[in-house]
Structure formats: C-alpha cells, structure tokens
Design a protein around this ligand. Sequence first.
Ligand SMILES: Cc1ncc(COP(=O)(O)O)c(C=O)c1O
Length: 365
Amino acid sequence: MKTAIAVDLYSDTVTRPTPAMRQFMCQAEVGDEQLGEDPTVNRLQAMVADLLGKEAALYLPSGTMCNQVAYAVHCQSGDEILMDKTAHPLHFEGGGPTPLKGILVRALDGERGVFTARQVQDALRAKNRYNPRSRLISIEQTANLGGGRCWSLASIHEICDIAHAHGLAVHMDGARLMNAVVATGVAARDYACPLDSLWLDLSKGLGAPVGAVLAGSHDFIQEAWRYKQLFGGAMRQAGIIAAAGIYALEHHVERLAEDHMHAKLLAEGLARIPGIGLRPHEVETNIILFDVAETALTGQQFVEHARNMYGVRFSQMGPTLVRAITHLGISRADIEYALQTVEQVTKTGPQSTIVPREIAFEQAY
Ligand SMILES: Cc1ncc(COP(=O)(O)O)c(C=O)c1O
C-alpha cells in the first residue's frame, strides 16, 4: 500500500508558495533581468546586500549555482577549496567545482559539519610548484549533514583570520543562514562581516519556490555576473519569481522559530522511542538526524515503511541514518502524527496499526 504524503519531513525544499506569496508574485513589476532592468530583481538584490552588509548582491536560480559561481570567481583551475567532509558541494552538486573549472576540493574532518581553525592551519599547503594552491575555505550555515548545527560567530572569525592571513578567501554556503540567525539571535550582517562571499537560499525554510542571492564586494559581484551568464543563470522577466523572495524575507523569517520549536518537539519525542538514537540537545534549528540501527530496520526500510504505510516522508542519509526537516508546511499536529508513525514503524515494521492520514501536503496549510 502507498498512501499520499500526509506529513512531508523530507526537506524544507518541499515548501510551496502560500496564497499570499502567490498574490504578491502576480503583482510584481518586471523587466529584462539580464539588462539589469527588472525592478523587482534589483530590489531583492538591494535588500539582500543590505541584510548581509555587503556592497552588492546577485540573484541566481539556485543555491547550487551560488556556490559554483562563487567558487569559479575565487579560484583558478588547479586551486583547492577546503570544506567539511559533509559539505553539500562535495556530495550533492555533481562534483561542480572540478568539472566546471578544474578546482580541487579537500575534505576536512569536522565535527557535525563544523571544523576548527587549527584543522585549517594543518591542511594549508606549502606554497611551491608541486602543490595545488590552497585558495578558498567554504563553510555551511547551518551544516545540513551536521544536523542543522550553527557555526558560531567566534569560529567564523577564527577561520577567517587564519584564511586571510594566508591569502585565502572564505565563502559561506548560507542555504539556511536565516535559520541560524533566528536560532542564535546573531544578525545576518554580523555573520557576513568577515566573509568574502556568501549567499542565502530563498527556496528552503523561507518558502519561495525558486532562487538564491549571492553577495560580496562590487568587484566580486561584477565577476560573478560573468559566470551567471556562462552557466546559463541570466534570466529575463525574473521579477515574478524574485517577488517570492522579497515576500519571504519580509514575512517568513521570524516564523522560522516555529520550525525550530517543532524540530525540538520531534527530537524530544523521537529520543523517547526505543531503538531511535539521537541527542535532542544537538538539535539547534530545523534539521534532525537520527539513527535507527537499534531497531530491526535498515534506514531504507524505516523510510519506506513510514512513507508507504503512513504517508510520513523522511529522507535516508546513510545505511541507518534518517533525516527529518521541519518547515512552514509542518504543524504541531503533523509532529504528533510523525511521532506516532515512528512508534508504530519501529514496533511493528510494515504492519499498520494506526489509521493513515490521507491529507495531501498542499492541504496542510
Ligand atoms: C547546505 C546546502 N547547500 C546548498 C544547497 C543547494 O541549494 P539549491 O537546492 O537551491 O540548489 C542545499 C540544498 O538542499 C543545501 O542544503
């Protein structure tokens, strides 16, 4: 049996534009974005540059493109980027920096997605004609495969100090930067201040259907434009979609606290279920990683049973590792239903003993 998805904890990328956001998008003024004539795109870029305290910003179709454009601007072919072993660009961006520009990526052995200045220091290559040139450090806020862990302001400064002292730049993949801002109370521009480039995603917890914005100095953004064009990211009347980003920044930032509260509730409930391994105190934002090794199920079986029997969608992140992400389509009742589901799945495997909910995801708003 395969039921409709009732509760979608797969990712915060599954959010759909709300009716109010759609309304706002319909009314957007538009122009030719490639020519710099789309007033809505220009407004969004100015908003993000201001939010992040940077000279300029550039609207791009995706977070992946933000990373790849930034890497291409910072690095030459044969240069090396240091990032955590769990970093998104290392696993989920098609190997981007290497095929796109011949850039090497070196993985650091961080702790839940966060590495130390000491690790950077130890990994820096001697400058000689044998070694690739260490050129860039890339950090991820929040660390996705680190279970939504936030980089502290102090560690960002330490990393930037050591990088800059050795002539390297520092880039932040800010896919969930605003989750960190809401969770820690640190302003986005404070996180951004020591960084050379960073971006934030509009299409995750912020709930826009598409788009991300990359920010940095005037010179950096001017060069980023070349790669936006080269990678096919230059658009035309993009104000229609950029409007969703403006709406999201104006209306969906503070509410991320609700997603964090739901994540905490889910984590605390999961920790009480026999066989589920997680440390609820490690849940800082909207991502929960848990281990099902102590149940009779593999990660795949767990995810399939929850999805197929009860309509609760998790994602499998390893042989026994499962991830849940809360977002604006998830209510407190959804969390309770998800917990009931996990209890049943771990107790009975594929045997259904609760009545599956048949609510389609769209109806949950
Ligand atoms: C940490 C992180 N970086 C980058 C991305 C890529 O963003 P996009 O899906 O907008 O390309 C994601 C997407 O899930 C992500 O989680």
